[in-house]
Design a protein around this ligand. Structure first.
Ligand SMILES: [Zn+2]
Length: 245
């Protein structure tokens, strides 16, 4: 089959040559795709602004030897413009697409669950429905869970104790009790464990009622957890963090 269709979310784009761009996408069926959009930087491009980050598009692609070529792109949902209208939402969306790109890179099987999670996150940001820092934290925790890395939050990751889970240790595998503190464990404010559980479940009512100190710390927990497993920095988190201050 020389050409194929898929629904996809634009993660990021790179300039290529004089007039083209490489578009990095998370496709529902095909997973992560890097494809060329020829002539997209010309004012007369038939793609217009449809292949901008965060947009959901219906694509037709032509298989190439090195890279596929986008032959048609129809906009399903233009999340890019509403998300970019508020900087905190934009910063949160950047965290989501950076994590999505790292977690689906080189994974051959279908990424329909990652696609659905990212779609839901971007739609919520575009609608201005949820706190952007909480949205990004929830996205990181849930996408890590899809990738097979669920932190222990119900019991101590080391000894199984159910009380006093006041520290978080990526090395140990999640929250730990005071008897199991090891190197690199972060002392977390009261309510952080409960908040992480609510974020994992996207229980926004409970998230909203969480103590402010726990909310301020949730992004750190989610980021440390992600960075520890993917063994890379999440660079876009800094922009979102500077919005929190
Ligand atoms: Zn313990």
């Amino acid at each position: 089959m020389k050409s194929y269709r898929d629904r996809a979310i634009v993660l990021r784009t790179y300039k290529l040559g004089e007039a083209d761009r490489i578009i990095v996408l998370l496709a529902e069926q095909k997973g992560q795709i890097r494809a060329v959009a020829k002539g997209i930087r010309k004012p007369t491009s038939r793609f217009g602004a449809r292949l901008a980050p965060f947009n959901l598009v219906d694509l037709q692609l032509h298989k190439g030897r090195a890279m596929d070529t986008i032959t048609q792109a129809d906009l399903i949902a233009g999340y890019g413009t509403p998300v970019a209208a508020q900087y905190p939402n934009f910063a949160a969306a950047k965290v989501m697409v950076e994590a999505a790109q790292k977690l689906t890179d080189g994974v051959a099987e279908s990424q329909a669950e990652h696609f659905a999670l990212l779609h839901g996150g971007l739609a919520a940001l575009a609608a201005g429905r949820i706190d952007p820092t909480m949205a990004a934290s929830s996205y990181l925790l849930r996408s890590m869970s899809l990738a097979g890395w669920t932190p222990s939050f119900g019991v101590c990751a080391v000894c199984g104790a159910t009380e006093g889970l006041r520290s978080f240790s990526p090395e140990a595998g999640g929250f730990v009790c005071s008897a199991c503190l090891g190197q690199g464990a972060l002392a977390v404010p009261p309510g952080t464990r409960d908040l992480v559980e609510s974020l994992m479940r996207s229980d926004w009512k409970s998230v909203e009622m969480a103590p402010p100190a726990a909310k301020a710390y949730a992004l750190t927990v989610a980021t440390r957890w992600t960075e520890w497993h993917v063994e890379q920095r999440l660079r876009s988190v800094e922009h979102l963090r500077s919005e929190q201050r």
